[in-house]
Design a protein around this ligand. Structure first.
Ligand code: NAD
Length: 471
């Protein structure tokens, strides 16, 4: 049963809970919490059969305390104003948690992309971009969209092309949107960034001997059983990196059912089966369940909800067997369900922290677009020759030569993807430890979600105070 509390109100309940542990004035807290601008647009599109359909779409800019605002665009029939505002608010807190200097935003188009041809999707995306431009809701220094549920590189390329066509005189047009294909000014590592960030975040959480002992688990990712709900861009990449680190993926849930094998499912083979047959179901060696929500109740150490919000509710929270819930989707656990799980001792690694890898690397892409140069382009060869000179000097002193393989590995100068992943890893480690420190400081009343909100509120409050708006 879905919660009777709206999604935006749920985000605000989490905010209010955390705000009680801060010392900021009511006026400042209200300013941080409120959604600054919401634009609901409707526009017609001509379908391939000549009929006209009216499309409803939104863009919410939750917080202008830093500009540009930043957040994905979602294509789903479930998109509505409340959802867009809630997701925009989560973006504000997320950016603050990982020290990305943006306000939060989110967009949504109320369509099921499976019901449209590629040319119809292109017309919808380009028209949505015009509508954003008309109201000044897009631009490198204003509001910068990115992919989310139901959108990807293709839509981002159409957005950039539309924006560029309408503003050819602007130098920084490519920075109007992130998550673009590499050949269209995207950054290496963006597509897999959210999944990789989840891996870095979970690795950090599972590293703590003390925290794992409380859960009755061994430290580290090796051997941990994992179940994922949603095998799209983020669900696939997160499980791929976790499997490479030694975790065992025992269940995969999609919109039409679940596959389960306690001995483990090979992520690459499941992905190949998905793209060949259009579904994860009937994967060889796995049991298939027709009920999609069954996935949440499978036995495992770590449950990864990576589809949509409001999946873990008071109705099913008591039946969840996982010891850790790694929130990859935005808002998968309702406020009430969170309380039930907290009392049951389940560790929840919150969405606003754990899925921040996407916006972190979007930030790098935006910086790359503004500087008009690929990361590593200027220094890579120089660093490589410095490394080689040092290795040659070591060879001379040691009187022994490195193997060709070792020379190649140690002498290597960083490629763009190495630098992006290094920045992402650092971001996820630093933010996790900031959250964990806040949690420790406050004791039992504060879980990781509340701690992450406390950190976000404090950081945004400092921004407002430094602007001189609030004392
Ligand atoms: P996606 O569209 O690539 O994948 C979503 C997957 O979920 C699809 O395979 C879809 O079939 C499946 N799905 C839909 N309904 C389902 C259901 N009821 N049960 C199980 N599976 C279902 O989207 P994505 O980019 O992977 O995003 C997934 C979630 O992660 C969203 O909540 C999004 O807001 C969040 N997120 C995405 C990013 C990003 O960089 N893409 C960043 C942060 C957060």
């Amino acid at each position: 049963m879905a919660s009777t509390i709206s999604f935006f109100d749920q985000v605000n309940l989490n905010f209010d809970k955390a705000a009680r542990f801060t010392k900021h004035s009511e006026g400042l807290l209200q300013q941080i919490k409120i959604c600054n601008s919401v634009y609901h647009m409707t526009f017609p599109i001509k379908k391939d059969d000549g009929t006209i359909e009216t499309i409803h779409a939104w863009r919410a800019e939750h917080s202008h305390h830093k500009l540009p605002t930043k957040g994905g665009i979602r294509y789903s029939t479930l998109v509505n104003e409340d959802e867009v505002m809630a997701l925009a608010a989560l973006m504000t807190y997320k950016c603050a948690i990982v020290d990305v200097p943006f306000g939060g935003a989110k967009g949504g188009v109320q369509i099921d992309r499976k019901g449209y041809s590629l040319s119809e999707l292109e017309r919808i995306t380009r028209r949505y971009t015009y509508e954003l431009m008309k109201k000044n809701f897009i631009g490198p220094g204003i509001d910068v969209p990115a992919p989310d549920f139901g959108t990807g590189e293709q839509e981002m390329a159409w957005i950039m092309d539309t924006y560029m066509t309408m503003t050819p005189e602007k130098l920084d047009v490519a920075a109007c949107v992130t998550g673009k294909p590499i050949a269209q000014e995207g950054v290496h590592g963006r597509k897999e960034a959210t999944g990789k960030g989840i891996y870095f975040g979970l690795r950090e959480a599972c590293r703590s001997v003390e925290d794992m002992q409380i859960l009755g688990l061994q430290p580290g990712l090796t051997g941990k059983s994992i179940v994922v709900q949603g095998f799209g861009n983020v669900g696939y990449h997160a499980t791929k990196f976790l499997q490479e680190a030694g975790a065992v993926i025992v269940g995969v849930g999609e919109h039409n059912g679940v596959i389960h094998n306690p001995k483990g499912l090979d992520v690459e083979k499941v992905a190949a089966h998905h793209s060949e047959t259009g579904s994860v179901l009937s994967f060889p060696g796995a049991t298939t369940h027709p009920n999609p929500t069954h996935v949440l109740e499978l036995e495992c150490d770590i449950l990864i909800p990576a589809a949509l919000e409001n999946q873990i509710t008071p109705e099913n929270a008591g039946r969840i067997q996982a010891k850790i819930i790694a929130e990859v989707a935005n808002g998968p656990t309702t406020f009430e369900a969170n309380e039930i799980l907290r009392r049951r001792g389940v560790m929840i690694i919150p969405d606003a922290y754990l899925n921040a890898g996407g916006v972190t690397v979007s930030y790098f892409e935006w910086l790359r677009n503004l500087s008009h140069v690929r990361f590593g382009r200027v220094g890579k060869r120089f660093e490589e020759s410095t490394h080689i000179s040092m290795l040659k000097a070591v060879e001379k002193i040691a009187g022994q030569e490195f193997s060709q393989e070792a020379m190649k590995q140690l002498g290597h100068g960083p490629d763009e993807v190495d630098l992006v992943n290094s920045g992402l890893e650092d971001t996820m480690i630093v933010a996790y430890n900031q959250i964990r420190d806040t949690q420790k400081r406050h004791g039992e009343d504060v879980d990781l979600r509340t701690a992450s909100f406390i950190n976000a509120i404090d950081k945004i409050a400092i921004s407002y105070m430094e602007l001189g708006i609030f004392p």
